[in-house]
Design a binder for this molecule. Structure first.
Ligand code: SAM
Length: 412
């Protein structure tokens, strides 16, 4: 079998990450504080994170979706604050998103290869692995996946079609991505009935008008069909209600089809390049457990806010120990009257949350306020009936800086 080689091809994993458990988030206070979460969000380099997860999760993840940088050699900015409306680009306020810059294809493949191997190790024997790329590097990745999983373990090569403006004048517009689907064994989950879609109205009409259509094979028109391996979903730029401002965010409908097809309720779904958090968001909504990770604070933070606003099932937050979080200079001040906590003159916030009984160890977020994606202001107060003698508030400014304050309530 042919194989792909380059001079630095090697599997020299970094030492596993050392994590700090920072918070438990109970969106809308559900299950606070009794349950320790089954879902986890990690901030750090996924190579070290996956290495650290191996002892607990090797062979135990039911579905892994990976949407890594595509080898575009671009830097992607995130739109932040209130001006992220696509229709008014002059109002966009931009900040760092993530970089997809490489010295050459060798450097990119040296990044991708050990991560693919770790994801293979984490996948369960009945699990499926989805790798999302495009024309920049999909041919190389296909060879690596054939090597890691075995050529006969390719289940699908899905083409995701979309449309949108493009400045290109010397080639056809490049408007599709490639998603490779592999499994470890022949015994993998595929719920064909969970993803059926209606037949094209022309097909329905044809069968209604002629008994000879389909050469005697009459499809079950009511049940619908299993989708082809080419999918059309609009890009997130066109989906006002989904847009977080994070670059290269994928549509929820795309992840919904993947998760419904290749996992069952209660299964464990992972995305170690989670970006704005589309996979954990949809996984949680569909009753799956999740592991998610990203190496940038902006992505991690976007995911956290999105999950808190869903609201998702409780999840815990882990930081790689060496990670430097951008900290705001301003401390949050608050006034507490009866059960109402009101922030006093805070900076512009994307998010704030409160631990009503701060124990000085792990932050337990029982109530959250989120800046709405499109209209309206973030509420600057919270009502919480039972406060301990100290509460802790954590807030993230629109510039993505963290600020924390511990406040005495005067309640014994
Ligand atoms: C294409 S984006 C993912 C977008 C995501 N699917 C969504 O819907 O928002 C790729 C992500 O990989 C992350 N990333 C790149 N290198 C990484 C690494 N070594 N560890 C973890 N995440 C990484 C980037 O920060 C970026 O958020």
């Amino acid at each position: 079998m042919p194989s792909l080689n380059w001079p630095d091809k090697a599997l020299n994993p970094l030492p596993p990450a050392e994590f700090t458990l920072k918070s438990y988030i109970y969106p809308d206070g559900e299950d606070y504080p009794s349950k320790s979460p089954e879902n986890h969000l990690y901030l750090g380099d996924n190579l070290k994170i996956m290495a650290a997860l191996l002892p607990k999760y090797a062979g135990r993840i039911d579905l892994i979706y990976a949407d890594p940088p595509f080898f575009t050699n671009k830097n992607f900015s995130a739109r932040i604050g209130r001006g992220e409306d696509s229709r008014r680009p002059t109002e966009w306020k931009l900040s760092d998103g993530y970089t997809d810059h490489w010295k050459d294809i060798d450097a990119y493949l040296s990044f991708l290869y050990p991560r693919l191997v770790l994801m293979y190790q984490l996948l369960s024997p009945t699990g499926s692995f989805y790798l999302h790329l495009d024309w920049h590097a999909d041919a190389y990745a296909r060879l690596l996946l054939d090597e890691i999983f075995g050529r006969d373990r390719l289940i699908n090569q899905i083409v995701w079609l979309y449309h949108g403006p493009s400045p290109i004048r010397n080639a056809f517009n490049r408007k599709h991505d490639t998603i490779f689907v592999y499994s470890k064994t022949k015994d993998y989950t595929f719920n064909c009935d969970a993803i059926r879609e209606p037949y094209n109205p022309n097909t329905v009409k044809t069968f209604a008008s002629s008994s000879k259509a389909g050469f005697g094979k009459i499809p079950n028109l009511e049940r619908g069909k299993v989708p082809e391996d080419w999918w059309y979903f609009p890009v997130v730029a066109r989906l006002h209600n989904e847009r977080t401002g994070y670059p290269t965010q994928k549509p929820e409908a795309l992840l919904e089809r993947i998760i419904r097809a290749s996992s069952k309720p209660g299964d464990l779904v992972a995305d170690f390049f989670c970006g704005s958090g589309t996979t954990p968001l949809v996984a949680s909504r569909l009753g799956r457990r999740f592991l998610a990770a990203d190496a940038t604070w902006r992505a991690f933070n976007t995911t956290r806010i999105r999950l808190a606003g869903l609201p998702s099932k409780p999840f815990s937050i882990w930081h790689e120990k060496a990670f430097n979080i951008p900290l705001a200079q301003i401390k949050i001040k608050a006034q507490i009257k009866d059960s109402k906590i009101s922030l006093i003159d805070p900076p512009d916030l994307d998010y704030w949350e409160m631990d009503p009984d701060w124990d000085g160890k792990i932050f337990k977020s029982a109530a959250q306020q989120i800046r709405p994606i499109r209209n309206g202001e973030i509420p600057l107060f919270l009502n919480y009936p039972t406060l301990g003698d100290r509460i802790k508030i954590q807030a993230v400014t629109v510039n993505g800086e963290l600020t924390e304050s511990v406040i005495k309530t005067g309640i014994q």
